[in-house]
Design a binder for this molecule. Structure first.
Ligand code: FAD
Length: 402
């Protein structure tokens, strides 16, 4: 009988990974705690826990992976390319610019609505004969022995008992599976929450992504489908979120954006409902133990400042699938512990580079000391004029150099 892989967690990572595995003819059982919404024409992209009001900046590498899965045509309907990136600091002189034209690439990546990404992934998963999706099921126990991993789960009061050669835990930042295996995690609370919404501006976005470091926090404004729509991700100090949430604060929020951004985007005319997400860095101490491997936020949750978290998870998933494909070709055990350790080792360099980069940007730009501000701005100017730096950074940001 063909070996089956169990994935715990059907968020953006679990669904994407299950499709990568199914394409290699590997049978997958995908377990998701929260029931998925019904998608129909009247309800194009309702929110789910992983597919909510957020938009994701997909790197070129992530786009390539979805192209290989044959999903890009559908995803593209609600995605828009980033052709320029501008980085500035409020009240300072430095400015760094990257343009796709100069870097001789089609785009730096694409911004997509998470809710649409969820709809497309789920629709495809439901069509796949190699994937059995069980939603509304809560995994309550994970143990393993030499030969298999064992899961206990609960669905509508009914108990499920499942075995597999390999379990992939993609159950998010607070991963139950990580804890069940006794894997520790280093946690750093940034004392920030990200305010997330969509706004309309009077000037078209012309496919420019802005990152502006302000006293309130690093504000990202990304282009969305529709010339005048932009995605906002604004990490602010924890405890101040009530000032920005709620319909009664719409104008106050628009005014704060205007003050922070100036008139680069024209007038901030309308804002959607704001949502907020607590921000922390959570890094698992191990990612492979026996026949279980951690994936996605369960393995590493990072600050969204540079839009790298999901892209990193996609590269992890892609490499894991390559290892499993090789095992399959040899008719070897898909949960072989030494192979999973090799996978983990192979991903450390890329992971540590991204984790360090995002963390340094958050810490480096949050200090308002005038001397440090000057150094930062000199850095931004240098970035703009020193040859050779931009292509390097652009390649990293696009996920093309691991
Ligand atoms: C504000 C913000 C903006 C971001 N923007 C970007 C961006 O532009 N680009 C980018 O690359 N990344 C971005 N990220 C990061 C990205 O959102 C995450 O990397 C990604 O959501 C991780 O997905 P996941 O599937 O690992 O985890 P999750 O989305 O948390 O999914 C985990 C799933 O597991 C399920 N689950 C949990 N426990 C159990 C259980 N016991 N049994 C069964 N199921 C269970 C949950 O219900 C959930 O559906 C951003 C993050 C934030 C907070």
């Amino acid at each position: 009988m063909q070996q089956e892989v169990i994935i715990v967690g059907g968020g953006m990572v679990g669904l994407s990974l299950s499709l990568m595995l199914a394409k290699q003819n590997i049978a997958v059982k995908l377990l998701e705690a929260i029931k998925y919404p019904n998608y129909d024409d009247a309800n194009l992209a309702p929110y789910h826990s992983s597919f909510d009001a957020r938009n994701s900046a997909l790197s070129r590498r992530s786009v390539q992976i979805y192209q290989e899965l044959g999903l890009w045509d559908s995803l593209q309907e609600h995605a828009t390319p980033i052709l320029q990136v501008h980085i500035t600091e409020q009240g300072s002189f430095g400015k760094a610019r990257l343009t796709a034209e100069q870097e001789k690439v089609e785009s730096f990546g694409q911004v997509i609505e998470n809710a649409w990404l969820g709809r497309v992934l789920l629709t495809q998963v439901l069509k796949e004969k190699n994937i059995e999706l069980i939603d509304g099921v809560n995994v309550t126990s994970l143990t393993q022995d030499e030969n298999s991993a064992h899961i206990e789960a609960e669905r509508n009061g009914e108990k499920l008992s499942l075995n597999a050669k390999l379990v992939i835990a993609a159950d998010g930042r607070d991963s139950f599976c990580r804890k069940a295996l006794g894997i520790g995690a280093s946690v750093h609370d940034y004392d920030q929450v990200a305010i997330v919404t969509t706004v309309q501006t009077s000037k078209p976005h012309t496919h420019i992504g802005f990152e502006r470091f302000s006293e309130l926090g690093p504000l990202a404004l990304l282009p969305l489908p529709g010339e005048y729509r932009r995605s906002v991700v604004w990490p602010v100090k924890k405890g101040t979120e009530d000032e920005w949430l709620g319909d009664e604060n719409d104008q106050h929020f628009l005014d704060a954006l205007q003050e922070t951004y100036g008139d680069r985007a024209g007038k901030f005319q309308k804002t959607g409902k704001r949502f907020c997400f607590p921000l922390s860095q959570v890094l698992a101490e191990k990612q492979a133990v026996g026949r279980v491997v951690l994936m996605g936020n369960a393995a590493h949750t990072i600050h969204p400042v540079a839009g790298q978290g999901f892209n990193l998870c996609m590269r992890d998933a892609y490499v894991l699938v390559r290892y499993l494909k090789d095992q399959l070709a040899k008719s070897a055990d898909l949960g072989e512990p030494s192979m999973l350790l090799d996978y983990e080792k192979s991903r450390l360099t890329d992971q540590q580079r991204v984790i360090k980069f995002c963390d340094s940007v958050v810490r480096g730009f949050s200090n308002q000391n005038p001397f440090l501000k000057f150094i930062r701005n000199t850095g931004l100017v240098a970035f703009d004029v020193i040859p050779g730096i931009k292509p390097l950074v652009a390649n990293y940001a696009m996920g093309l150099k691991a």
